[in-house]
Design a protein around this ligand. Structure first.
Ligand code: ADP
Ligand code: MG
Length: 727
């Protein structure tokens, strides 16, 4: 039977005719649309509360039963709804807030689509009770599928409007089931009301479960934002908040104002709380949230899940409010520039408030003995270098790449197996106490000024032009194994990924200094073995000189052990008492260095770090970290193109027995090939999604990068156009 003949679809008529197109019934259209606007009970609550705020309410009370599936009731004391508007109140696209499309540009109300109430009547039973000013009684009316079910009945009513939605999604079985199975929506509803209460400080909000005496949110109008936050989120949150404000009046199209509160280094939470209002609309802005998260994890890694309340105001014609059916997101003119300004403001605030904290913690915790040890180590350290004749430069990348992938010896994962697990010994309490005591004298805090000097050097060496390029560039792709192509305005540049990532990691190591999160190694790794592994490839010593290698490894591991308290304290590189490496620092979030380079790193730490001068010690150690964490090409050769030849198995073994006539395809070591492919594609992903976004936020490119080939401008579009014009 032939394959490629598609069989006619159901309803498509005979002989493969295309299916007929029909107009959907309006009720079907409306129900589909309603499912989009009212996605879950909490979205209904948000719409109803926004209607109350649009009606100028100063009190809004919410009652919820069964997570909103059984009942949602929102009562307000706003202006109410006219009697004559009740018949069309719940029809789709009926609104009092917008009349012409152009009004959207200047709209101040939260609603404008006239869809929310209508949608609720398609997926639930809606009853509205309302009274307008000056009336003796109010009216109550029920709605179904957009229309009134009965004439409005006169009834007693207090000022304002009450909307009741019962049996939400009664006619959408699947949605109701999913919602019933998933967690109750009530916490989400409480969360929404809490956010509104923080922003609209002159409105009294309450939110309770049906039948409960106590409200879960209860705010009374106040003139102070901090009081509102204290009332909702508690005094402990308010204690750790810093006020923040920025306005960019001269920014042309990016003009805006922002004010709010952000948490400081003492606020520690499991997840970020971000309350964002743009032109008084409660919205999400993923790009802004990410940028803020990045800043926090770089500046305050211990407090990297902040509390943020932020209100941004910009001319209404710069905000497109109509990009999302539930108006959950808005789009801003010149969003990047606004985010950048806010990000810089936060970074500066945190850095200023952070200095004091780091200073205090380190005063108490730093190990003074580390530096006395450094001095005694000094001579030995130099001796080692001279005796071994080792270059102080790290092994060049080209030498690190094994040319024979069939023998991955020295690759770390092969080594990891079979290591017995060594439990780290607890440090001696008495010596720790002594350290703390001896360190209390503030005069000993010279270590901090060294680090500050290094950070200042980064700032003063920064190339402003390159900084602009990095901040505004778009990543195009990788041109080869180390060069990436980026575009900035009309210029194209080639960027050396290894150099920039090395510098970025170096700078981050100094910024996070003393404040790293840790990567725990699954097995403690003996320094001695790592060092021997690194020395194995060292051509200068040669293969015969095993004894010399052993000696170098011993001396280096001793140096590291002796300085272990200091490198642990400052760089979170933890060596236990048995000389095993157990922890490494998180230099950039969501990024782990290539563990194949761990032996080389340990050797660099032992051999290339200057231990006898504090500032140099920090600089060289941060440089070693930078080099290890940089995005070098993976050690397994790139299998793309002709690189695949390197993954051929040894012909000699294959030629034996029945494998004699194996095809080319079978000669490939698929396991190793797959590993190499993963390593290369992961690196490419990381370059695009981790390295470049982080560079945009944190890298201060040194001037040298403009001339040493790290950044090379290869084309400018203006010139290209000129060439084309001539053709
Ligand atoms: P929108 O808010 O987009 O206009 P809705 O379907 O949410 O659409 O509401 C339709 C109209 O009903 C509103 O424009 C408003 O005039 C009126 N309305 C809804 N809720 C209230 C309320 N709580 N108080 C006064 N008027 C209301
Ligand atoms: Mg509305």
């Amino acid at each position: 039977m032939d394959v490629d003949h598609p069989s006619p679809r159901v309803g498509g008529g005979s002989g493969g005719d295309p299916p007929r197109i029909r107009r959907l019934e309006e009720s079907v259209v409306n129900r589909i649309a309603a499912g989009e606007v009212i996605q879950r009970p909490s979205s209904a609550v948000k719409e109803l509360v926004e209607n109350s705020l649009d009606a100028g309410a100063s009190t809004v009370s919410v009652t919820v039963k069964d997570g909103g599936l059984k009942l949602i009731q929102v009562s307000d004391d706003g202006h109410g709804i006219r009697f004559e508007d009740l018949p069309i109140l719940c029809e789709r696209h009926t609104t009092s807030k917008l009349s012409a499309y152009e009004d959207l540009q200047t709209i101040k109300s939260m609603g404008f689509r006239g869809e929310a109430l209508a949608s609720m009547t398609y997926v639930g039973h809606v009853t509205v009770t309302t009274i307008t000013e000056g009336q003796l009684h109010g009216y109550r009316v029920c709605y179904k599928d957009g229309v009134m079910e009965n004439e409005p009945k006169p009834c007693a009513a207090v000022k304002g409007t009450q909307v009741m939605v019962e049996n939400l999604f009664y006619n959408m079985v699947a949605r109701r089931k999913t919602l019933q199975n998933s967690n109750d929506d009530y916490p989400k509803i409480v969360d929404f009301i809490s956010r509104f209460a923080v922003h609209h400080i002159n409105v009294n909000f309450s939110c309770r479960k049906h039948g409960a005496n106590r409200a879960d949110v209860h705010s009374s109008s106040t003139s102070s934002r901090l009081d509102a936050i204290r009332n909702i989120y508690g005094a402990s949150v308010v204690r750790d908040l810093i006020e923040i404000e920025v306005s960019d009046e001269d920014a042309g199209d990016a003009v805006f104002k922002m004010d709010g509160y952000i948490s400081n280094a003492n606020y520690v939470a499991k997840k970020i709380t971000m309350i964002l209002f743009i032109n008084d609309r409660l919205v999400d802005c993923t790009a802004l949230k990410r940028a803020i998260e990045f800043v926090y994890s770089a500046t305050l890694p211990q407090a990297s899940k902040p509390f943020i309340y932020m209100s941004i105001n910009l001319p209404s014609e710069h905000v497109d409010v109509n990009i999302h059916p539930t108006k959950k997101e808005v789009s801003l003119l010149n969003q990047e520039r606004i985010i950048e300004t806010i990000k810089n403001t936060i970074e500066e605030k945190l850095r200023n408030s952070n200095t004091t904290r780091i200073f205090q913690t380190q005063l108490q915790a730093v190990n003074s003995s580390a530096f006395t040890q450094v001095c005694t180590q000094k001579d030995k350290g130099t001796d080692v270098k001279m005796a071994s004749g080792m270059k102080s430069q790290k092994t060049p990348v080209s030498q690190m790449v094994r040319t024979d992938p069939r023998n991955p010896s020295g690759r770390l994962h092969t080594y990891w197996h079979g290591q017995s697990s060594n439990l780290e010994k607890k440090s001696d309490l008495v010596s720790v106490r002594n350290v703390v005591r001896s360190r209390r004298n503030p005069k000993d805090a010279g270590d901090l000024s060294s680090r500050h000097e290094l950070l200042m050097e980064i700032d003063s060496h920064c190339h402003p032009g390159l900084l602009e390029v990095i901040k505004n560039c778009t990543y195009v792709g990788l041109a080869d194994e180390v060069l990436a192509l980026i575009q900035c305005n009309t210029h194209l540049y080639l960027v050396n990924v290894v150099n920039v990532s090395k510098e970025l990691m170096y700078q981050q190591a100094l910024r996070r200094f003393g404040n790293f999160n840790a990567i725990q190694l699954s097995e403690p790794a003996p320094l001695q073995e790592l060092l021997l592994m690194a020395l194995k490839d060292d051509e200068l010593i040669g293969d015969e000189n095993d004894e010399e290698k052993l000696e170098i490894a011993e001396v280096n591991s001793k140096i590291l052990k002796e300085n272990s308290e200091m490198i642990n304290e400052y760089f979170s590189i933890h060596v236990d008492q048995d000389g095993n490496l157990t922890r490494l620092p998180v230099v950039l979030d969501q990024y782990t260095p290539d563990m194949d380079r761990l032996p080389e790193f340990v050797l660099t730490m032992g051999n290339d770090v200057t231990w006898d001068d504090e500032k140099e010690c920090f600089r060289t150690a941060a440089a070693a970290v930078g080099n290890f964490y940089a995005l070098h090409p993976p050690i397994l050769p790139n299998p793309s193109g002709s690189g695949i030849q390197l993954y051929k198995k040894n012909k000699d073994c294959m030629a034996s027995g029945e494998h004699f006539d194996s095809t080319d395809e079978d000669d490939i070591d698929h396991e190793l090939l797959a590993e190499a492919e993963t390593a290369w594609s992961q690196r490419e992903w990381t370059i695009q999604h981790v390295l470049f976004p982080s560079m945009r936020l944190f890298l201060k490119p040194p001037k040298s990068m403009a001339t040493d080939g790290t950044f090379v401008q290869i084309a400018s579009l203006e010139k290209l156009y000129k060439i084309f014009e001539r053709c």
